[in-house]
Design a binder for this molecule. Structure first.
Ligand code: 3SL
Length: 253
């Protein structure tokens, strides 16, 4: 029997070259959107509505949602959050709904949806083991979508894609060159992940904003056993014991 495919898309600009409808898509934005999403779910946020524009995010805020808006690493004034994983480490977000817009991560997610991805989930070092187990159980092709930076390739998302491709590769047909590149890069970076992160362009952007602690946090593995999945315009944590209940509540709205 043919194996399912595991492929890597190194930047959203390349996504239209894939038959996206044939893959479960994993959206990756290690610095920092997908890491922050995992932390928010780890602190029991009920759902996250990822939106493309700051205006849409404001509209959700006006409806009583918590709202996170980031552009170029900085929080947009007037919102509750920017995009720091640390900002979600507080008990009062439990049970709340959050709208979020970020420079690349939420845009990549929307593109995957627009191009017909049947399932979209969120990946970061924060939820890596849970994600890998779930991907193995899907019996489906998998596309690891690196959000990159403004349609350019970045190092940190490629390293993560390489880590997943290396761990899962032998269960799949994953002989595409982007997966090989990511795997090889991860292999080179693995022993000195921090040094590699510190050479990335986004590291310098974040350092300039005094966010070095965020970078360190985003490299940590398996901090949260969460699996954010995109359903009907929002992310829910598939592993939240209230998942089915939340689905029902939101369908009734
Ligand atoms: O690109 C994004 O979506 C963000 O993660 C960028 S930042 O880390 O908040 O600067």
């Amino acid at each position: 029997m043919d194996k399912n495919r595991l492929h890597v898309c190194l930047t959203p600009a390349l996504l239209p070259t894939f038959k996206v409808e044939e893959y479960v898509v994993v959206v990756i934005d290690i610095l920092r959107a997908t890491t922050s999403m995992c932390v928010a779910f780890g602190h029991q946020v009920s759902s996250i509505v990822p939106v493309e524009t700051i205006e849409e995010c404001s509209q959700w805020k006006a409806k009583g949602y918590l709202a996170a808006a980031e552009r170029n690493g900085e929080m947009i004034p007037g919102f509750d959050f920017g995009n720091s994983p640390y900002s979600y480490m507080r008990p009062d977000i439990a049970g709340r709904h959050l709208a979020m817009t970020t420079t690349n991560g939420t845009q990549a997610l929307h593109l995957a949806h627009q191009l017909g991805a049947p399932k979209i989930v969120i990946g970061a070092f924060s939820n890596m083991s849970v994600l890998n187990q779930w991907l193995l159980a899907q019996n489906s092709n998998v596309l690891l979508l690196c959000s990159g930076w403004k349609n350019r390739v970045n190092m940190e998302d490629t390293i993560f894609a390489g880590a997943v491709a290396r761990l899962l590769g032998h269960h799949f047909d994953s002989m595409d060159d982007a997966a090989q590149i990511a795997r090889t890069f991860f292999w080179s970076a693995n022993l000195q992940k921090r040094r590699f992160f510190e050479r990335s362009s986004h590291y310098f952007r974040l350092i300039h904003l005094n966010l070095q602690e965020d970078v360190k946090y985003c490299m940590k593995k398996d901090t949260h056993a969460v699996l954010p999945i995109y359903e009907h315009g929002r992310l829910l944590d598939l592993l939240n014991p209230r998942y089915t209940q939340l689905q029902k509540e939101l369908a009734a709205v």
